[in-house]
Design a protein around this ligand. Sequence first.
Ligand SMILES: O=C[C@H](O)[C@H](O)[C@H](O)COP(=O)(O)O
Length: 232
Amino acid sequence: MDVRQMKIKAAEVALSYVEDGMRLGIGTGSTAEEFVRLLAEKVANGFKVQGVPTSERTARLCVELGVPLKSLDELPELDLTIDGADELDSRLSLIKGGGGALLREKIVAAASSRMIVIADETKVVETLGAFALPIEINPFGAVSTRIAIEKAATRLGLSGELSVRRWGDEIFMTDGGHQILDASFGRIPDAVALSEALFAIPGVVEHGLFIGLASLAVVAGPNGARVMEPSA
Ligand SMILES: O=C[C@H](O)[C@H](O)[C@H](O)COP(=O)(O)O
């Protein structure tokens, strides 16, 4: 099984948790897109679902494949969100935002009764942080915000490079019109402390640490998929 097949396998298993008539948050990224493709096949066969996309990119794919969509304002409370992740640990704490959709993803996940993460085995880590942490910031005062983040990280004993995410020659802009700093802190031993420190900085809009949001993960490896529940 190659990585794409693992993503499809995880998406397939996650689809079995989706019930007819559900209000469904739909994630962003290559794994979530495999899920959308499988969901669209079911919808074409009469399965009823109302989806809330976590990005413009996901919305476009859903429209193209015929998955019915609503806005989060139309469906402010959701039954389930299915989304990918860049990293997950045994507590199902996540790093997300590799595709730049972290803000809407977190809002949608928080509005859902349950969140199921879909991933291939390479995303499972002992401690978060090998993947650079995406931090979404307001473009106003971006340099001051960056300095404040560096100072906060240093106080927590973290160091590393913060790079402004780019899209070709341009600074990457999120669906919400913000910038992203990718923070290569390395191992993050206390994700809760880092999350709190980042939220204390006014220019930080959101960050990619998802703590206590995922209720289940479907992780696929070369020999099939396994379900992970958060460890205590
Ligand atoms: O902003 C993007 C999201 O958080 C994605 O869910 C995450 O980057 C994982 O994407 P992929 O399934 O492509 O690895």
